[in-house]
Design a protein around this ligand. Sequence first.
Ligand code: GDP
Length: 304
Amino acid sequence: MSFVEELRQGLEKTRKNFTERMEDLVGISVDLDEDFMDELEMILVAGDVGIKTTEKIMQALRKAAATREIKSPAEALPFIKQYIADMLTVKGPRMNFKGHPTIVLVVGVNGVGKTTTIGKLANYYRLMGYKVMCAAADTFRAGAVEQLKIWGEKAQVPVISHGDIGADPAAVVYDGVKAAMARHIDVLFVDTAGRLHNKTNLMKELDKMYRVIRKEVPDGPHETLLVLDATTGQNAITQAKIFLETAHVTGVVLTKLDGTAKGGVVVAIKEELVLDVKWIGIGEGMMDFRPFDPKVFVDALFDR
Ligand code: GDP
């Protein structure tokens, strides 16, 4: 199966909920009238694009209709596709490889797929020829350390850890950074705990990690990737806002796009959080992972 086919398959539920409903609407609509606009608006909101973002898209569409740039419902769909693709353009680098080592902090609520994402990222960059290491600093969730070690074996990268539950995460980070420096590692991925129910703790813990890292590598961490679970739709946006208050997030990894009809949340993340989705997860396996490419994504979502 080709790269695009796999992505298309992963996005099937979103495509059904989103694009196919739009196509059905276009099929039964004759004019670009208010009924058409209202229905389209409802489909966008139901597709988890977010209310603010939907309004923006609708405004652009109404303007294009008023200026006769688009003249029929059939022309609305390619217009929306292009508009969303433009909205999703990724501005910064995918990974800021400036450090020696480059340190990547991976944050997010428990269960969103942080550990899995680190396994996938570690494998991806090892295959690209980088020397990769991981630090198991999620010492809060039972089994997280063991799980990362298993991913480390699968991805053939070393994992620095202390005991399991209760070990000091900052101490794990310190050992990870030291080991990465000693072994001339290119990129160190740091797993963290996501206890969002206590924002003060989360903030304290992240602050401590940043301090430990900066003492050894002053310009680190070079990336802080926020992992969000697409199946939670608009809740992912709410979660993200809390992390944005506490961490210096540089990009988003959106997981579980394969199991959800809420893939439209990609657009809301970009517009409402002003964050680039840099990676997407489309399954539980090592290879079910893609650098996010707006053009490929939008094609997979819209094209039959
Ligand atoms: P963490 O608590 O944030 O570290 O989350 P985990 O990495 O343990 O992942 C939680 C669950 O989500 C696991 O069962 C993973 O296999 C699953 N998972 C992670 N990413 C994806 C994805 O892209 N697609 C699917 N379907 N499941 C995923």
